[in-house]
Design a protein around this ligand. Structure first.
Ligand SMILES: [Zn+2]
Length: 357
């Protein structure tokens, strides 16, 4: 490749000679994370959404791209990103796409036969209820199996000569090779996870117009155990399985996929509805049902029995159709105005239409 002087290097040295800044340091390409073109100047893209070519004028480069987008439109911004862990460069475009008109303007337009309530859990990744049947999707264990492999390969890497700047030790070729093997494996795992998530969520979004769920607080659940706590191991296991499934990723995917076809996502307030503690039959709230060890629920008021995750999905479904017994949990309390705002462009990340209960 031809050497091309970067305008940034020039600028940095001019500033240094003027005494405005420190002398520019050499930075390895590995530490360079990328840059953004905020407008359409300086670059041009040739693609119809699958593979293609991008021209970066100031660098005088024309680069081939690989990849496929869900929806291609008029490109407006470009970000070039380098991901060291993957050792790859990415071009990320923002595109304008035609606005999808919302099918449902308010809660009174809900089509009940096309509604799905879902509970994101740990042992069963996803439990859904659509008014007639429960579907339980189990947590794919591929990540955990692969984790052993990652551990093994990382151990192999640690035995090789790693770079050490202070001691001026360069990494050995074997170390580089071992690192590559680890990152290749990690990339594979993350791709498999993503693939599974997309399959599951696309299936749900294609069959239902209305999704009902509760606010997720994954951060709380993945919190580290307190020092000296005996539950450390259990906590670690729970954390792992949460991260396995990527609950919040699943939740977001279902949301935006239902939205993309003009459907509606109803997000219930967990504190008010308490789906995992409420009896679907009589509405009584049982505090001890919230404990994760409590898997099978029996209501001491009415004798109703149900598995925990199924119970949560059932409660949320019934709240959405206004048939859940209990005080102050009718859906009419929902601020319907938040649902009537029209969707803006997809590049606007805050445009997900949600009803907060
Ligand atoms: Zn009950």
């Amino acid at each position: 490749m031809e050497y091309c002087p970067s305008p940034f290097v020039d600028l940095a040295f001019v500033a240094f000679f003027q005494g405005l800044r420190k002398r520019p340091k050499f930075k390895s390409l590995r530490n360079y994370s990328g840059w953004t073109y905020p407008g359409s100047a300086g670059w041009k893209v040739y693609t119809n959404g699958k593979h293609g070519k991008v021209e970066l004028r100031d660098l005088g480069l024309s680069i081939r791209m690989r990849g496929k987008v869900k929806q291609w439109g008029n490109p407006t911004t470009l970000t070039i990103v380098y991901r060291p862990s993957l050792n790859r460069w990415y071009a990320s475009f923002t595109v304008e796409v035609p606005t999808v008109e919302a099918k449902y303007g308010s809660t009174s337009d809900l089509k009940y036969e096309s509604i799905i309530a879902y509970d994101l859990g740990t042992s069963t990744a996803l439990t859904t209820y659509d008014g007639s049947e429960y579907v339980e999707l189990t947590n794919p264990r591929f990540l955990r199996n692969k984790e052993q492999e990652v551990k093994r390969k990382s151990k192999l890497r640690r035995r090789k000569v790693a770079p050490n700047r202070n001691k001026k030790i360069k990494p050995s070729n074997r170390w580089k090779k071992a690192r590559k093997a680890v990152s290749r494996l990690q990339r594979k795992v993350s791709n498999q996870r993503l693939d599974w998530q997309h399959k599951v969520t696309s299936d749900i979004a294609s069959r239902y117009d209305i999704g009902v769920t509760e606010q997720l607080r994954v951060r709380n659940m993945t919190r580290k155990a307190k020092k000296g706590s005996k539950r450390k191991k259990q906590k670690a296991g729970l954390n792992k399985s949460i991260l396995d499934v990527g609950m919040s990723a699943l939740n977001k995917m279902i949301g935006y996929k239902i939205e993309a076809k003009g459907g509606l996502l109803i997000v219930l307030d967990t504190k008010k509805v308490k789906p995992s503690q409420r009896c679907p039959n009589c509405g009584k709230v049982h505090k001890h049902w919230a404990e994760l060890s409590s898997r099978h629920h029996v209501c001491d008021a009415c004798g109703f029995e149900i598995e925990r995750d199924q119970g949560s999905a059932l409660v949320m479904y019934q709240v959405a159709i206004n048939q859940q017994p209990g005080d102050g949990i009718a859906l009419v309390n929902v601020d319907a105005s938040s649902s009537t705002s029209k969707r803006r462009n997809c590049k606007d990340t805050g445009s997900l239409k949600q009803l907060h209960f």
